[in-house]
Write a protein of this length. Structure first.
Length: 208
């Protein structure tokens, strides 16, 4: 029993150390991006600022773009789980709305980082393309879930159109926080809720 306990403690310590290293890399990268710009910051610069070797950087992130969007896999996993583990009678858009509520807590906590990320995407075409790839993955998750609800193949026209409309609504929500002055959260979510009601009604009409 003691050996098992010691093994678990050691594993927990390793995981905490890995998380601290990852956080150091992210914090150093975002600080340098804010100070120097994205293109002017190299991976070697980030590694030096984070006090790690360049090879350690690549143990955590495959590219600079991945550091800018360091939480994207976590967020997409959350959406996939919300869509997969829906409650009885819960629609795709109910699950999407629930995911957005969960995401808002993180977005609010990292507001400065989110603002910086938007600025970097405006300034760098590669980052903008990376963000477009993230939206494409969201579209794919929604399309597959909508297709199941409609009992149609995922590549059928109707699931693709409805998913595209949902992604457009999400993009509008994201853009609303990039305005001067920023749109209030409640106002932005009210607009999103209008869009979700429209989409939900569209699904019901297609089912009928």
């Amino acid at each position: 029993m003691q050996a098992c306990y010691d093994c678990l403690m050691a594993e927990g310590l390793r995981e905490r150390k890995k998380q601290r290293t990852r956080d150091q890399i992210v914090e150093a990268a975002m600080r340098l991006f804010a100070e120097r710009g994205y293109q002017a910051t190299t991976i070697a610069d980030i590694a030096t600022a984070a006090d790690v070797a360049p090879r350690t950087f690549f143990s955590y992130f495959p590219s600079k773009e991945a550091v800018v969007f360091h939480n994207v896999e976590r967020d997409l996993d959350g959406l996939a789980t919300a869509l997969r583990d829906r409650l009885p009678g819960e629609t795709v858009f109910d699950a999407l709305r629930r995911w957005i509520d969960a995401m808002f807590e993180g977005w609010a906590a990292d507001e400065q980082e989110a603002v910086l990320r938007k600025r970097l995407c405006r300034e760098d075409e590669g980052l903008a393309n990376f963000q477009g790839g993230v939206m494409a993955r969201i579209h794919e998750l929604l399309r597959e879930a909508i297709a199941r609800d409609l009992d149609e193949p995922p590549d059928a026209l109707r699931p693709r159109l409805v998913a595209a409309a949902a992604v457009a609504a999400l993009s509008s929500l994201d853009d609303s926080f990039d305005r001067e002055p920023p749109v209030a959260k409640d106002e932005a979510l009210a607009v999103l809720d209008d869009a979700i009601r429209f989409l939900r009604g569209g699904i019901e009409a297609l089912r009928d």
